[in-house]
Design a protein around this ligand. Structure first.
Ligand code: NBP
Length: 476
């Protein structure tokens, strides 16, 4: 008897994916570099299904039915290349290595072509949902060839979360597209979380609310259009009281860490020329938060006037909710624009409605809101920007007055709201047929003879600024 699938790398994510597959009735071969983890998995959960544990890579590979699908779930970066090299000598033509970790999509592109040359198949599969998702059903974003996906489809669609009878897993596209999509998902997650922390900061600092009270506001928001996993867990984190009887969140160090996917998303946006302001501000906000001692030093030299807290009623709470919702729409619109441009640039033919579909469950950004995005793209909408689709246009127009007031209040009180404010700036920049870049072009032409176009004539022009001041036409 042979296993249906193999899982290599049995830290928290790999072990949980293996258990997930076993619980769904698949035979699962398992291997980890240090055998202790394999023993632990079998000791603790061996009765959950049919596991095929091995201590040698050769035995592990031999225990899987051909063509073999092998999920590798090891630390992103060099370990993935090392594990691939370890596997290669034992594999047969057509076997499929599936990298389920958070690999950089350009690494996945490289591995895809490398393994294709060796007549092996490679799938870069984004997996979202953290440890719980891996066990109970994550959102899965597999990229590679369609026929390699067809081989694993019956297994991964069963392992994935299900929403309204549809699996949160679909074929994404070729090469590293699955990891690219997972990267943008994580970028959106950064923006979502930053917006939540800005709302929290306003409640706490401007209105003087305690964590318990703010928790109740988020719990209430979770019953409306903001309904989502992140809003739900925000209420839970804020409600938690530790052994000292005080809110746990008040004792957590205000220094954010990051593993790189948000930064990669921002870097990719710069490469593709996408104004991805919300996600990028979220990455920068984490970077500034991480400079804790520098902030403490600066606070001494640049003392912040104490904020006299304001009274708060339902109108103020609703205004912050509206600002959050509108900013969230901007963040998603920017993320989806990045996906659109990457799809064109890299020839991936991404199906944006399907991405919204598989993000509705299992993953960290799962939200009611994604149904709206799915509908917008499904209706063939194809508006250049999600904000221009009916539902979102109405939502931002409705939220706009409150959004503006909240940003103004934050600025006045000296509370940083980079994601709220940059989303609003993007919105104001987008809905403006004529901006101030005419002056910018004039400056570029002045110092660098970079030329400019005119509204009243076609062609490219240059003014001899520091010579005779005359304008010359340099091209048609
Ligand atoms: P880690 O990212 O902590 O990696 C630990 C695993 O990698 C262990 O099994 C370890 O084996 C193995 N490994 C390493 Br490190 N170097 C190796 C090498 N050279 N050869 C063979 N094995 C090696 O595990 P994780 O937190 O389970 O995450 C796995 C992947 O999933 C990562 O890419 C992560 O970014 C991604 N991911 C994580 C989450 C999450 O919520 N944690 C969510 C979504 C995606 P050992 O036991 O022998 O040291």
């Amino acid at each position: 008897e042979l296993a249906d699938i193999g899982v290599m790398g049995l830290a928290v994510m790999g072990a949980n994916l293996a258990r997930n597959a076993a619980r769904k009735g698949f035979g699962v071969a398992v291997y980890n570099r240090h055998g202790g983890r394999t023993d632990e998995l079998i000791e603790n959960y061996g009765t959950e299904g049919r596991f095929f544990p091995s201590k040698q890579v050769a035995d592990f590979v031999a225990s899987i039915a051909r063509p073999r699908p092998i999920i590798i779930m090891v630390k992103a970066g060099k370990p993935v290349d090392e594990v691939i090299e370890e596997l290669i000598p034992h594999l047969d033509e057509g076997d499929i290595i599936i990298d389920g970790g958070n690999s950089l999509f350009t690494d996945t592109n490289r591995r895809f072509h490398y393994l294709t040359e060796k007549k092996l198949r490679f799938i870069g599969m984004g997996v979202s949902g953290g440890e719980e998702g891996a066990l109970e059903g994550p959102s899965m974003m597999p990229g590679g060839t369609r026929e390699a996906y067809a081989r694993i489809e019956p297994i991964v669609t069963r392992m994935a979360a299900q929403v309204d009878g549809e699996p949160c897993c679909t074929y994404i596209g070729t090469e590293g597209s699955g990891h690219f999509v997972k990267m943008v998902h994580n970028g959106i997650e950064y923006a979502d979380m930053q917006l939540i922390t800005e709302a929290y900061d306003l409640f706490k600092t401007v209105y003087g609310l305690d964590a318990g009270t703010i928790s109740k506001i988020f719990a209430d928001w979770n019953t409306g259009e903001l309904n989502s996993y992140l809003i739900e867990i925000t209420a839970a984190v804020l409600a938690k009281v530790d052994d000292t009887g005080k809110p746990l969140v008040d004792s957590i160090v205000d220094e954010a860490e990051q593993k790189g996917t948000g930064r990669w998303t921002a870097q990719s946006a710069l490469d593709l020329g996408i104004p991805l302001t919300s996600i990028t501000e979220a990455v920068f906000a984490r970077a500034l938060s991480a400079r804790r001692s520098a902030r403490a030093e600066a606070e001494k030299l640049l003392p912040h006037p104490a904020v006299a807290t304001l009274p708060i009623g339902q109108a103020e709470i609703d205004a912050i909710r509206d600002a959050l919702y509108a900013s969230k729409i901007v963040a998603y619109a920017q993320g989806f624009e990045q996906l659109t441009v990457a799809s064109q640039q890299y020839g991936w033919d991404l199906k944006l409605d399907e991405l919204a579909t598989i993000w509705r469950g299992g993953c960290i950004i799962r939200a009611r809101f994604l149904n709206r995005i799915r509908e917008a793209y499904k209706s063939g909408g194809g508006a250049a920007n999600l904000i221009l689709e009916d539902y979102f246009r109405d939502a931002v127009l409705k939220a706009e007055p409150a959004w503006r007031k909240v940003v103004a209040l934050a600025v006045e009180k000296g509370i940083p709201v980079p994601a709220f404010a940059s989303s609003l700036a993007y919105y104001d920049g987008l809905r403006r047929a004529r901006g101030p870049a005419n002056l910018l072009q004039g400056l570029r032409d002045y110092f660098g003879a970079h030329t400019y176009a005119r509204l009243d004539k076609s062609g490219k022009f240059h003014t001899r600024w520091s010579q005779d001041g005359a304008e010359v036409q340099v091209s048609q």
